[in-house]
Design a protein around this ligand. Structure first.
Ligand code: ADP
Ligand code: ADP
Length: 225
């Protein structure tokens, strides 16, 4: 099964009011296992909306969202939440790390919540930090790290529970161009080493070109670029 399928997805905010915004108008997309896809569009085009629907954080008005072949609209809330927690990792523009915990603890916590033992969780956290070049930052709190280091730590946290699909919303949008490049490379290393599939929204075309495939969100539809 493909990791993610969107079929004819529609989304309107404030439907039936003068302020209605028809953001998605029949968007369709298939992501195969191991594929890393760039989603490009200008600000306001609906990238966040699309990612939230793909990540089961918001529902579509019409159309289907299939994760690993399962039609998520046909599932109970409980099953849908389980899929979201176990199979999907989400990365935002801002890291949202917990300030009172170290880098390692931030990556350990979601694993403990998933029933992983403390020793195993710690080993995985350190291995992930090593992959993104942050082995020596494991015991630092977010405030003691640079913006790029914070974001790389957030990537590790998103992958802590080994999701099959990663959804990233402008993951380097908050960083200066030089840092962006380092952080993006770290993300690609993580994705490739773990065999992840990913959908990465960006308005940086240079970064987009480094992924397997680029799709564009235009007038509420997804088109090949
Ligand atoms: P992007 O991520 O590409 O910047 P968004 O998905 O955030 O785009 O937003 C797409 C459009 O939908 C924008 O016009 C935005 O103002 C509008 N929008 C997003 N979320 C909401 C919401 N909760 N209520 C009303 N309008 C929204
Ligand atoms: P992004 O930077 O990813 O495009 P935004 O800053 O557009 O995100 O949106 C942040 C949050 O505000 C989202 O949850 C989105 O749904 C909501 N939002 C965006 N635009 C509007 C809007 N016009 N009215 C209400 N909520 C909105």
């Amino acid at each position: 099964n493909p990791v993610l399928q969107l079929e004819n997805v529609h989304k309107t905010y404030k439907p039936g009011t003068p302020g209605a915004v028809h953001v998605l108008r029949g968007a369709s997309l298939t992501i195969e296992r191991g594929e890393v896809v760039a989603l490009v569009a200008p600000s306001g085009a609906g990238k966040s909306t699309l990612l939230h629907i793909a990540g089961l954080l918001d529902g579509a008005d019409k159309g289907r969202v299939l994760v690993d072949g399962a039609d998520t609209g046909a599932l109970s809330d409980r099953r849908r939440t389980a899929i979201r927690r176990r199979q999907i990792g989400f990365i935002y523009q801002f890291h949202h790390l917990l300030p009172e915990f170290t880098a390692e603890e931030n990556i350990v916590l979601p694993q403990l919540a998933n029933g992983i033992s403390a020793a195993e969780a710690s080993a995985r956290a350190r291995q992930l930090l090593d992959t993104v070049g942050l082995k020596d930052r494991a015991d630092h709190r977010p405030a003691a790290m640079s913006g790029g280091e914070q974001q790389r730590t957030a990537f590790c946290r998103a992958l802590a529970n080994q999701p099959g699909l990663l959804l990233a919303d402008e993951p380097t949008g908050n960083l200066d161009p030089g840092t962006s490049d380092v952080v993006f490379s770290a993300l690609m290393t993580l994705v490739r080493e773990t065999g992840l599939s990913a959908l990465v929204a960006t308005h940086n075309l240079e970064l987009a070109e480094r992924m397997d495939r680029v799709i564009e969100l235009r007038d509420g539809n997804l088109v090949k670029r």
